[in-house]
Ligand binder design. Structure first.
Ligand SMILES: Cc1cc2nc3c(=O)[nH]c(=O)nc-3n(C[C@H](O)[C@H](O)[C@H](O)COP(=O)(O)OP(=O)(O)OC[C@H]3O[C@@H](n4cnc5c(N)ncnc54)[C@H](O)[C@@H]3O)c2cc1C
Ligand code: FES
Length: 268
């Protein structure tokens, strides 16, 4: 969990992609052995990259995705098929080349000493949370992971570290706990919790309020609309509290000053 590192542009090839839930894929990419200057900057959890499938017309914007894993040979991410870019990714064959820029953005900070990391994810937020759970397990920490989905078909089939306690919550009760991620947190001792969350805005806002009510720290990953991803276009501004003038918001660029923020810094 280091701080932001210099990013690189590289070529990768699709090694594998598999369906992990209805409309969700996990894609693994290997750095191309033939690319000039093979990128070796290892990302950390919370960071993201932007991707441009190789055959795209130049007019198509790069799309940002969070890392869900990485090693020295390549990296993975989890995505939901939503529109043209993700539909296109889902139709690419193994071996197809993609052009990417990463690692970008900030990383999840370490939890305060003696705290228990509580990771809360929903929807497309599951990728960075899986990566964080893996990093925490490697560092010897035991975490609680609470995952929310509308129904059993949308629950991602993933390998979580053995040291993580995983609770699944579904809105319709078709799998695991019947209810939202907050129901998944009820009857849990959170006196030493450190919350990390990524997913739909209302879910993260609810986790933020829960953390404030229980006086515990909370970090959120703001997956805002991004165009350039590198601080050049102002397209990802999010309102934050201006400590010098609380009557009006200040703004931060989610791509370079985030995507990870202390939840108390943001205006919800
Ligand atoms: C830092 C960051 C991390 C992300 N991580 C993931 C991830 O791990 N998995 C995942 O599935 N998605 C992730 N996203 C969202 C992902 O970028 C969009 O789902 C994707 O760009 C959709 O493109 P599309 O052409 O398929 O759909 P479109 O039809 O273009 O858009 C569908 C919806 O996706 C969102 N979206 C579109 N373009 C962007 C963009 N440039 N930036 C952000 N959101 C956009 C909007 O909500 C839009 O309504 C992340 C976004 C950001 C900013
Ligand atoms: S996406 Fe361009 S400045 Fe953040």
């Amino acid at each position: 969990m280091n701080s932001g590192s210099p990013h690189k542009r590289g070529k990768a090839r699709i090694l594998d992609q598999r369906i992990i839930a209805e409309g969700y894929r996990e894609m693994k990419l290997s750095y191309s052995s033939d690319s000039n200057g093979r990128p070796r900057v290892r990302p950390s959890s919370g960071q993201f990259f932007t991707i441009l499938p190789h055959h795209y017309p130049l007019s198509i914007m790069r799309r940002p995705f969070a890392y869900s894993d990485s090693d020295e040979n390549g990296f993975s991410f989890i995505y939901e098929i939503r529109g043209p870019a993700t539909r296109d990714l889902a139709n690419l064959d193994d071996g197809s080349p993609v052009d990417w820029i990463g690692p970008l953005g900030s990383t999840f900070p370490e939890a305060p000493e003696n705290s228990r990391p509580v990771l809360v994810a929903g929807g497309i937020g599951v990728g960075p949370i899986l990566y964080l759970a893996r990093e925490l397990a490697e560092a010897g920490a035991e975490s609680l992971v609470v995952l929310g989905a509308r129904n059993v078909g949308l629950v991602p089939r993933l390998e979580w570290p053995e040291t993580a306690e995983v609770r699944i919550c579904t809105d319709d009760g078709s799998h695991g706990i019947h209810g939202t991620v907050l129901d998944g947190l009820s009857n849990t001792n959170v006196t030493n919790a450190a919350f990390y969350t990524c997913g739909p805005h209302p879910m993260m806002a609810a986790v933020h309020r829960f953390a404030v009510d229980t006086d515990r720290p909370c970090w959120v990953s703001m997956e805002e609309m991004m165009a350039c991803g590198v601080g050049a276009c102002q397209g990802c501004a999010i309102p934050v509290k201006d400590e010098d003038d609380l009557s009006r918001p200040a703004y931060k660029q989610a791509c370079v000053e985030g995507p990870i923020f202390d939840s108390r810094e943001l205006i919800w």
